[in-house]
Design a protein around this ligand. Structure first.
Ligand code: CA2
Length: 175
């Protein structure tokens, strides 16, 4: 089973309650539900972790940069890819970038708003340089596109590994 870790950064738990003109009216729960539904359709398992979700989930404080870093580090075992909206940490966190680079999993960075059309301090992403790709400005659809993109990327990687002459040579050399 392919497993993708989905991480939401600080304040995204407020989605749908405030700043609807910028971030839309969809709640994080409904974004997660749509992701899980798509994952089921694709046959991928999605582990959605975020902060302050209430009592029905294991309570994790992911408004914290350190917590996000820990989760990224842990994803090195058992996960094949990461989808992350680091929220404001996008623009400040070298620690999150370093953790993503260290685990080396294909990562898609998602932003609900178009960060390049907003204030200059949002134009730079520390994560983009270590990400497979960035989706910005498409609202909640961005998460779904990220999952499809990651899924396609992992499928292509698997096919390439199976069919590359290098991998066959390696196998026969090790026999
Ligand atoms: O557009 C995005 O997804 C952002 O990552 C959202 C971050 C912002 O700092 C980034 O520059 C772009 C902010 C997330 C805060 O979300 C809220 C949602 C509702 C109400 C208040 C904040």
């Amino acid at each position: 089973m392919r497993r993708i870790l989905v991480l939401h950064g600080p304040n995204l738990n407020l989605l749908g309650t405030r700043e609807q003109s910028v971030y839309g009216n969809q709640s994080l729960d409904s974004i997660d539900s749509a992701l899980i539904k798509l994952a089921q359709d694709l046959g991928v398992e999605v582990d959605v972790r975020q902060s302050n979700r209430g009592v029905e989930v294991d309570v994790r404080q992911s408004n914290s940069e350190g917590e996000l870093v820990n989760w990224i580090q842990e994803s090195g075992t058992g996960y094949q890819g990461i989808i992350i909206n680091p929220a404001a940490y996008t623009h400040t966190s070298i620690a999150i970038r370093d953790a993503l680079a260290a685990v080396g999993l294909p990562t898609v960075e998602v932003h609900l708003s178009n960060i390049h059309q907003r204030e200059p301090f949002r134009h730079h992403s520390h994560v983009a340089g270590v990400a497979l790709g960035q989706i910005s400005g498409l609202g909640p659809t961005g998460y779904l596109l990220a999952l499809r993109g990651l899924h396609d990327h992992l499928s292509a990687q698997k096919k390439f590994k199976k069919s590359s002459p290098g991998s066959r040579r390696q196998k026969s050399a090790s026999r």
